[in-house]
Design a binder for this molecule. Structure first.
Ligand code: UGA
Length: 440
C-alpha cells in the first residue's frame, strides 16, 4: 500500500515516518521546499526524541520519501492522508480549515480512482463530509472514500505514542476505507490496540472531546492547587489520592503554570466555538479556557511578588521556555505570557532552555539567553522554573543559591523539594504547596 502524507508538521511527519517504519511506502509532501530539502538530507526540522533515527533508517530502506511534487505523490498513492495545520482563526476562535479544503481540492484533481482520503488533521465536526463534497464536485463520477483518523500523539513522546497508542479512532463509512485503515494499523492491532471504527462525526468529535477533557483535568488540578496553598495542603498528595481512583486516573494531574502548546489552547477554543455555533454551549470548556488564560497572568504576578515591593530593575533567571520538556515548541507556551509581563514590570529576564531558543528568540524580544542552566542564576533576584526538563531536576540548589543575588525560587513545576531549597538557604515557593499545619 502506498501512502501520501500531505503536510510535514508534527503530526504529518511523525505519522508518515511511523507508517514507513511499519513497512509501508510513504511519501511526505509539503509546500515548503526548504523543509523538504532538509528532510531529504536526513535533517529533522523539529526536536523530537528518536525521530532522526527513524527517518534515517527508513530513508535508507527506500520506504520513505520527501517531495514538494504534490500531484505526483497523490497520483501514485492508494491512500492520501491530510495532515495540514488547522490554526485558530483570529477573532472567533474557530479552527481555520482553509488548508484542509485546499488540500482536498488538489487531491481531487490529482488522485486516481478508488483513492482513500484520510483526514488526520484535527478538524471540527462536519469537516470530513465537506471534504467529500469538495472532492465529489471536482471529480464527479469518480469513486473515492473519505475517512477520519484523528491523531493522539503528544510532542516529546510522539513516536512512542504513535506506536503504542491506547486506541486508534477511525471514522469510515464504507468498506474500502475501513479495510484500508484496518490494514494500515494492523501492526498495532496485533498488539491488541483497540481500533474503534465509527462515523465521521463520532471520530472528529472524539478528538476534540479528548483534548478538552484533558485540558479541563489540568485546569481542575490547578485550581485545587490554589486552594491547597490557602488551606495548608499539598496538591501532589491530593492528586495522588484522587488519581488512584481508576474512574479518575492519575495522568494529567500535574499542577503547573497552565497548559500551553499547539493543541489544547487551539482545540478548546475551536470546540467552544463549535458549541456556540450549534446552540449547545460548552460552559465547562469556556471556563477552562478563561481560567487557564488567567493562570498564566497569575504566574507572572507570583514571580513579581517574589521580588518584593519594587520589582522594577530586578533580574529573574528562567529555567525552561518550551511549553513542555523534550520539545523545542513554544506555541502558546506559558512563557510567552509570563516573560513579557515580567518585562513590562521592568524586570530583566534571563533564560535557559535546552532546545527552544531558536523558536523562542523571535517571539520574546529582550529576553537574554544562557547556554548553561546555572548561568541564569548569576546575580538573579529570583529563579523560576517554567518547564520540567530533566536536566533541571538534578541541579545543585546550593550552587544556584551561591550564584544568586536574592533568595527567591518559584518552582512552577514542583521539580524541587522545599526542604532541599531551605537547606540551601533559598526561599522556595512551589505550586499547590500550602504551609504545613500547626500541629494538633
Ligand atoms: C496534546 C494531547 O496530550 C495529545 O493527546 C494530542 O494528540 C495533542 O495535544 C494534539 O492534539 O496534537 P501535547 O500538546 O503535545 O499533546 O502535549 P501534552 O503533554 O498534552 O501537554 C499539553 C500542556 O499541558 C503542556 O503545557 C503541559 O505542560 C500541560 N500539562 C500536561 C500540565 O500542566 N499538567 C499535566 O498533568 C499534563
Amino acid at each position: 500500500m502506498r501512502i501520501a502524507m500531505i503536510g510535514t508538521g508534527y503530526v504529518g511527519l511523525v505519522s508518515g515516518v511511523c507508517f514507513s517504519e511499519f513497512g509501508f511506502d510513504v511519501t511526505c509532501v509539503d509546500v515548503d521546499a526548504d523543509k523538504i530539502a532538509r528532510l531529504k538530507a536526513g535533517e529533522v526540522p523539529i526536536y523530537e526524541p528518536g525521530l532522526d533515527d527513524l527517518i534515517d533508517r527508513n530513508l535508507k530502506a527506500g520506504r520513505l520519501a520527501f517531495t514538494t511534487a504534490f500531484d505526483e505523490a497523490v497520483a501514485a498513492a492508494d491512500v492520501v492522508f491530510v495532515a495540514v495545520g488547522t490554526p485558530s482563526r483570529r477573532g472567533d476562535g474557530e479552527a481555520d480549515l482553509t488548508y484542509v479544503f485546499e488540500a482536498a481540492r488538489q487531491i481531487a484533481r490529482a488522485m486516481r480512482p478508488e483513492t482513500v482520503v484520510v483526514v488526520k488533521s484535527t478538524v471540527v465536526v462536519g469537516t470530513c463530509r465537506k471534504v467529500a463534497e469538495i472532492i465529489r464536485a471536482e471529480r464527479p463520477g469518480v469513486a473515492f472514500s473519505v475517512a477520519s483518523n484523528p491523531e493522539f500523539l503528544r510532542e516529546g513522546s510522539a513516536i512512542e505514542d504513535f506506536m503504542r497508542p491506547d486506541r486508534v479512532v477511525v471514522g469510515a463509512e464504507d468498506a474500502r476505507a475501513e479495510d484500508v485503515l484496518r490494514r494500515l494499523y494492523r501492526p498495532l492491532y496485533l498488539r491488541e490496540t483497540p481500533i474503534l471504527v465509527s462515523t465521521l462525526e463520532n471520530a472528529e468529535l472524539t478528538k476534540y472531546a479528548a483534548n478538552a477533557f484533558l485540558a479541563l483535568k489540568i485546569t481542575f488540578i490547578n485550581e485545587i492547587a490554589d486552594l491547597c496553598e490557602k488551606v495548608g495542603a499539598d496538591v501532589q498528595k491530593v492528586a495522588s489520592g484522587i488519581g488512584l481512583d481508576k474512574r479518575i486516573g492519575g495522568k494529567f494531574l500535574h499542577a503547573g503554570p497552565g497548559y500551553g502548546g499547539s493543541c489544547f489552547p487551539k482545540d478548546t477554543s475551536a470546540l467552544a466555538a463549535t458549541g456556540q455555533r450549534h446552540g449547545a454551549p460548552l460552559r465547562l470548556v469556556e471556563t477552562t479556557i478563561d481560567v487557564n488564560d488567567r493562570r498564566k497572568r497569575d504566574m507572572a504576578q507570583r514571580i513579581l511578588a517574589s521580588l518584593g515591593p519594587e520589582p522594577a530593575g530586578k533580574t529573574v533567571g528562567m529555567l525552561g521556555i518550551a511549553f513542555k520538556p523534550n520539545t523545542d515548541d513554544v506555541r502558546d507556551a506559558p512563557s510567552l505570557a509570563i516573560v513579557p509581563a515580567l518585562q513590562a514590570a521592568g524586570v530583566q529576564v534571563i533564560a535557559h532552555d535546552p532546545e527552544a531558543r531558536a523558536q523562542a528568540e523571535p517571539l520574546l524580544p529582550g529576553l537574554e539567553w544562557r547556554d548553561d542552566p546555572y548561568e541564569v542564576a548569576d546575580a538573579a533576584d529570583a529563579v523560576a522554573v517554567l518547564t520540567e526538563w530533566n536536566v533541571y531536576r538534578g541541579l545543585s540548589l546550593s550552587e544556584i543559591a551561591r550564584r544568586m543575588r536574592g533568595r527567591a525560587v518559584v518552582d512552577m513545576r514542583n521539580i524541587w523539594q522545599a526542604s532541599d531549597a531551605a537547606e540551601a538557604g533559598l526561599s522556595y515557593r512551589g505550586i499547590g504547596k500550602g504551609a504545613v499545619g500547626g500541629g494538633i
